[in-house]
Design a binder for this molecule. Structure first.
Ligand code: SF4
Length: 300
């Protein structure tokens, strides 16, 4: 049986093949607002989805989803190396490299691997045969499954590597072409956040009701507006801070999808790697309702 619009339904009522793909990204301007908590609770509430952890510099969704990892795949990029003993002139490589990863001082070539994006440009412009490439590992993709029926993927950047987007790009190749896809995005508004949300149908911005939360929320809203992505806001730890986030959203007609109260018991469960749903199963329907709301907004 094919169903339209029920890709988010809990496993117990999900009966057939889905026709629709829906990518929901969960992001936050400010770190530490509970973005991963919300993403994991959404996945667990639905029960049947694909979950991708795009927060590759600090992936921690596995603490809450507890997936069984079945496969780990290396992610690597290509770095150039320069055959200086050929006596070739590598100045064109240095001139070409927009990332200043190559410098030529006299006859010496200095390569800065942390700046290299592996674009291959210096091979094209450099002296023929004198610039070669080698594979450099930058991270891994961990693939597995979490209960009840979550297809799980996590990008994990190698310590010290700056090739965040390369690992995210590797994750892109696993995005399912049907059903519900939930992405846990990096915090902030840098390249890695933009890369993670670029393909989503809707972005949930998780914030906290504090001046810092509001400041960074406004920045991430600006990014999403530039990208023309629909979005809504979840206010986490409602009750701390002030009313300014809510006032801002109301003034700008920004949808507040849910407010999660500041609750010591939620924090206690979090510290044990447990979810909001573990603490109070009544939240399951709240999270499913968030997805229903989003679906309604997208479909109309
Ligand atoms: S591969 Fe690209 S980024 Fe790396 S050194 Fe060459 S030109 Fe620069």
């Amino acid at each position: 049986m094919k169903q339209k619009g029920l890709m988010w339904a809990p496993t117990s009522v999900w009966e057939g093949e889905v026709e629709v793909k829906l990518i929901i990204s969960v992001a936050s301007g400010k770190g530490g607002t509970g973005k991963t908590t919300i993403a994991c609770n959404l996945a667990l509430a639905v029960g049947y989805c694909q979950f991708l952890d795009y927060d590759v510099e600090a992936p921690n969704s596995s603490f809450f989803l507890k997936p069984q990892i079945k496969n780990i795949q290396k992610v690597s990029i290509k770095h150039p190396y320069f055959l200086t003993d050929t006596g070739a002139d590598f100045r064109k490589c240095a001139e070409f490299c927009h990332y200043n990863a190559v410098a030529v001082v006299g006859k010496e070539v200095i390569f800065f691997p942390e700046l290299c994006h592996g674009c291959g440009g210096c091979l094209l412009v450099g002296p023929p045969g004198a610039v070669r490439e080698k594979e450099v590992a930058v991270g891994v993709i961990k693939k597995g499954a979490a209960k009840p029926n979550i297809d799980y993927y996590m990008g994990d950047l190698n310590p010290g590597s700056m090739r965040t987007v390369s690992v995210q790009a590797a994750l892109d190749s696993y995005i399912s072409d049907q059903g519900l896809v939930i992405m846990d995005c990096p915090p902030g508004t840098s390249c890695s956040m933009v890369f993670a949300v670029k393909d989503c149908d809707y972005c949930i911005l998780v914030t906290e009701p504090t001046p810092y939360g509001l400041n960074d929320l406004v920045l991430s809203i600006d990014v999403l507006k530039d990208l023309k992505k629909p979005f809504g806001v979840i206010i986490n730890r409602d009750g701390i801070g002030d009313e300014e986030v809510e006032k801002y959203c109301n003034e700008k007609s920004i949808k507040i999808l849910e407010k999660i109260p500041d609750d010591t018991e939620i924090a206690r469960h979090y510290s044990r790697g447990e979810t909001i749903i573990d603490y109070d199963p009544a939240y399951t329907s709240k999270f499913v309702n968030i997805l229903k709301e989003i679906e309604k907004e997208i479909m109309t």
